[in-house]
Design a protein around this ligand. Structure first.
Ligand code: FAD
Length: 613
């Protein structure tokens, strides 16, 4: 007997919603479902409860069980932690959607803005084990049956956005697409903080909020945040997507989950000999498309005519006018064909959002990260908490797949911050807690493996996190208040005091380091910047606790980068503490981020202070 669809119209609409494969269809079927069930999606406080009550459908129930389990976590305080908060989230990329879900679980009113109308990114994201667990627990498999089946550990960006959009809508997030955020509007008259939007008359322009989370991706960072440039050696990334017809032959071709040159020199040498293509690494994933991401060497790109003219400056080098698109397509095609042993017949490029062959070249030479993850603005007595998540906080290096893993961590951290805000924790304390620069250190190895215990509380995920490492007066500069306000005067006095006090309030920490590095030649710990430049202080500390690990007499004070690298490597290997900055940055006083340094030293202190196993 042929299987029959549900006869109940709301059940049929729910099925269409669950199966929808475009952003437009998801929104359309959601609206239909709400209409059919007579629930107002703007009634965020009770939307999910009403939906559950009125949609008595076994397929939906399996999903409710998952979402209820998540919602019942004590961190959300029964969905009451942030009932008074109104949050504007910018960007329906994976991180914007993920943070919106958490904020709605906290009980906040959440409005999310996205300038695009479609989800069109074919590129595939590598997922760390915890993200797979997290997404499964949100019901990803109910929306996308193929989600991480067997040993698969990746998903296309658009599929991930679709899954998260559906969850967000079910939990009462108000999602607007086709609307561009153009800036914040300061409070005036009776109005609180609002957003300037394009189109101007968009209904969300009337929304007043006390929390603004930017997940605008890439280099989209709101006013007030400083960006740091981390310049490495030239790294040119190429992504390419080919149509997946899901034939038996295509199914048999094995994925390449990260072949780096150091591990497979023979493969790269053969590739070079046969095709003239010279790569540092390559990844191949099979998803909706056949997706390749690789890092290519400049010389071979010049030789193959992909880059027309050589420039030292990466921006000039990769400017569209200096790239031959046809040659780029051939380069990516040949690399894909060779690396899959010619096993993918009829390789044909998929189309990108602009209807062109989906191949692109990116510059990873210069990565950006924001100096801080949050700040508070106050105007006319109205405070606004602003947070960054995802790529606009730390730009990921795609071939390593850090985008989603660190992006979701940042989303949870931001939600934890909003929870404190909602619970009435003083604003400087909220900001101080959010300053732990552990995010860029995280790897699947050094984060907790107890995925089931992960929550928005940072202590469930990071090792050695100390939420009190930073004192409130050290983050005064993250509180932006108008000059006429009484607290501005207080803030000025406090920052003056801070400048005079080089320890910046972490005297205990400084004293501990002074005690354990005393007597070492050319070591004089007196602050959190200059004193660490040569690397000798870190080496001395290691020597103090573990003289077997370091030979102090072999070190040269002027060889700062080498000393820093040595100390970083030992601390990572012996204590499991990854560095928070490059050896070059520490050697250059202008580039030392004091707050990062305080956190790093706090971790090292607890590392050495822990009882030996
Ligand atoms: P994004 O996914 O970039 O989302 C930001 C969203 O904000 C976008 O939808 C954007 O339209 C919206 N937005 C921006 N400004 C505004 C505004 N003013 N108003 C309204 N909306 C706005 N990672 C990999 O691991 N592998 C890859 O191959 C890979 N390829 C990528 C290709 C491209 C072109 C891009 C942009 C990113 C790629 N990434 C890749 C990175 C990966 O997509 C991100 O790490 C991941 O999507 C998480 O990002 P996010 O949510 O922070 O930002």
């Amino acid at each position: 007997m042929a299987s029959q669809g549900p006869v109940n119209p709301s059940h049929a609409m729910f099925d269409l919603f669950v199966q929808a494969q475009t952003c437009k269809d998801v929104k359309h079927h959601f609206t239909q479902l709400c209409r059919q069930l007579e629930i107002d999606p703007k009634d965020f406080g009770s939307f999910y409860a009403k939906l559950k009550e009125r949609l008595n459908y076994w397929k939906a129930k399996a999903l409710w069980t998952k979402l209820d389990k998540r919602a019942s976590h004590e961190d959300y305080q029964q969905g009451k932690a942030c009932t008074k908060n109104k949050c504007l989230v910018l960007g329906a990329g994976p991180c914007g959607l993920r943070v919106a879900i958490e904020l709605s679980l906290l009980g906040a009113q959440v409005v999310l803005l996205e300038k695009r109308e479609t989800f069109s990114r074919n590129n595939v994201l590598h997922l760390w084990p915890y993200t797979i667990y997290d997404l499964r627990e949100l019901g990803a498999k109910k929306f996308y049956g193929k989600f991480c089946s067997g040993s698969l550990d990746h998903i296309s960006i658009r599929q991930l956005q679709l899954v998260l959009l559906k969850v967000a809508l079910l939990l009462g997030v108000e999602v607007h697409t086709g609307v561009e955020f153009q800036g914040l509007i300061e409070p005036s008259g009776e109005n609180g903080w609002m957003a300037k939007l394009q189109p101007r008359s968009h209904p969300a322009a009337a929304f007043q909020f006390d929390v603004f989370i930017s997940a605008g991706g890439g280099r989209f960072v709101p006013d007030g945040f400083k960006h740091k440039e981390l310049r490495g050696r030239l790294a040119i990334g190429i992504t390419a997507n080919f149509i997946n017809r899901h034939t038996a032959a295509e199914t048999q071709v094995e994925e390449i989950s990260g072949v780096a040159r150091i591990y497979n020199q023979k493969f790269f040498q053969e590739l070079l000999n046969e095709t003239g293509i010279d790569l540092e690494n390559i990844v191949y994933y099979k998803d909706d498309t056949h997706y390749f991401v690789m890092t290519a060497k400049k010389k071979s790109l010049l030789k193959k005519g992909v880059i027309k003219q050589d420039y030292n400056d990466a921006e000039q080098l990769l400017a569209p006018a200096n790239v031959d698109y046809e040659a780029l397509c051939n380069y990516a095609y040949d690399a894909a064909d060779f690396s899959t042993g010619g096993g993918l017949p009829d390789l044909q490029f998929a189309q990108n959002h602009a209807g062109r062959r989906d191949v692109a070249m990116f510059d990873f030479t210069c990565m950006h990260r924001a100096e801080n993850a949050s700040l508070v603005k106050e105007r006319r007595g109205k405070k606004l908490l602003i947070g960054l998540v995802g790529d606009c906080l730390v730009e990921p290096f795609w071939p390593l797949g850090t985008g989603i893993a660190r992006g979701f961590f940042a989303a949870f951290d931001a939600a934890w911050m909003v929870r404190s805000w909602g619970n009435g924790v003083p604003h400087l304390k909220v900001l101080a807690e959010r300053v732990y620069q552990l995010l860029s250190q995280t790897t699947p190895e050094n984060t907790s493996k107890k995925y089931a215990a992960y929550s928005i509380d940072p202590r469930t995920r990071y090792q050695r996190v100390n939420l009190s490492a930073i004192q409130t007066h050290q983050v005064q500069h993250l509180y932006d208040v108008e000059k006429t306000h009484p607290s501005f005067k207080k803030q000025k006095e406090s920052s003056l005091h801070m400048r005079q006090d080089s320890a910046g309030g972490s005297e205990e920490l400084l004293k501990w380091y002074q005690k354990h590095t005393a007597g070492y030649k050319n070591v004089n710990v007196k602050d959190f910047t200059q004193s660490w430049r040569s690397g000798l202080a870190l080496c001395a500390l290691i020597h103090h606790f573990r003289p077997d690990l370091i030979d102090m007499s072999s070190l040269d004070e002027s060889n700062c980068v080498h000393n820093n690298q040595l100390a970083f490597s030992i601390l990572e290997k012996e204590l499991g503490i990854p560095p928070v900055m490059s050896p070059n940055s520490l050697a250059n006083t202008d580039q030392i981020d004091k707050l990062s340094m305080v956190l790093y030293l706090t971790q090292i202190q607890s590392g050495f202070a822990l009882p030996k196993k």
